[in-house]
Design a protein around this ligand. Structure first.
Ligand code: SAM
Length: 238
């Protein structure tokens, strides 16, 4: 259960340097202890995470996105411990196998319950893309509160996403697709992306074909429902 999960108290507390060592540098900074006057060497990130895959499962999408966006940091968030460890192990292996090209240095996976404390990981407007691929459907009405799309969670996605950023959704459950569309369209920070723009987006194809669930639905000749939502600019203060 997630009471053993640890969360940073704020994004500034999150140490990303161990997850993306190739995107770090060292510099001298003033020591922070009280009364200290000296300088100390600190490791900092040269980039921040921009793409988040919420409930990444076994990481099929992450491994497809990483080489296509080699200069962008991609992060998978997954609640299951063993699945997270599998993805982390695979990242280690891929980095090792592709060391000469330096591929997969831009992808990492952490264990987290994304229904809690998402804004503790990311600052306002930090992300450009959020993927919600084949989220658990929670069919029964009394279980709908467990869905990862809701008015409250959509406000968190809006907070961490920059204006113009995109939430990508895909599911084979039509009822869940309608639920996601309804909840994002009802949210003042989002508008649905039109079909032409959706189909022109290379990430849509990747999401359809590279997620584990997408492959499973393909094998079973099922239908995949896709919807994208753009983060709107905040209205000016009255
Ligand atoms: N996105 C992957 C795909 O498309 O193949 C996996 C889809 S799987 C049906 C849903 C995943 O979401 C599972 O791996 C599950 O453990 C994870 N998950 C469910 N609730 C979560 C939560 N609150 N925070 C993080 N991950 C969650």
């Amino acid at each position: 259960s997630d009471h053993v999960l640890e969360y940073p108290t704020s994004p500034a507390d999150m140490d990303w340097t161990l997850l993306y060592p190739a995107f770090t540098f060292e510099r001298l900074e003033p020591e922070t202890q009280p009364h200290a006057k000296g300088l100390t060497t600190v490791r900092r990130m040269s980039k921040n995470v921009e793409i988040a895959d919420i409930g990444c499962g076994f990481g099929g999408l992450l491994f497809a996105l990483a080489p296509r966006f080699p200069d962008t940091l991609v992060l998978g968030l997954e609640i299951r411990t063993s699945v997270t460890e599998f993805v982390q192990e695979k990242i280690r292996a891929l980095r090792h196998q592709n060391a000469s090209e330096g591929l997969y240095q831009n992808v990492a996976c952490i264990r987290a319950n994304t229904m809690k404390f998402l804004p503790n990981f990311f600052t306002k407007g930090q992300l450009s893309k959020i993927f919600l691929c084949f989220p658990d459907p929670h069919f029964k009405a009394r279980k709908h509160k467990a869905r990862i799309v809701s008015i409250t969670l959509n406000s968190e996605y809006a907070y961490v996403l920059r204006p113009g950023g995109i939430v990508y959704t895909i599911t084979d459950v039509e009822d869940l697709h309608k639920w996601m569309v309804e909840h994002f369209e009802a949210h003042p920070s989002f508008e649905r992306v039109g079909e032409a723009e959706q189909e022109a987006d290379q990430c849509v194809d990747i999401m359809r074909t590279e997620t584990e669930e997408g492959k499973k639905v393909e094998r079973n000749k099922g239908v995949k429902f896709v919807a994208l939502f753009k983060r709107l600019e905040d209205p000016p203060w009255p």
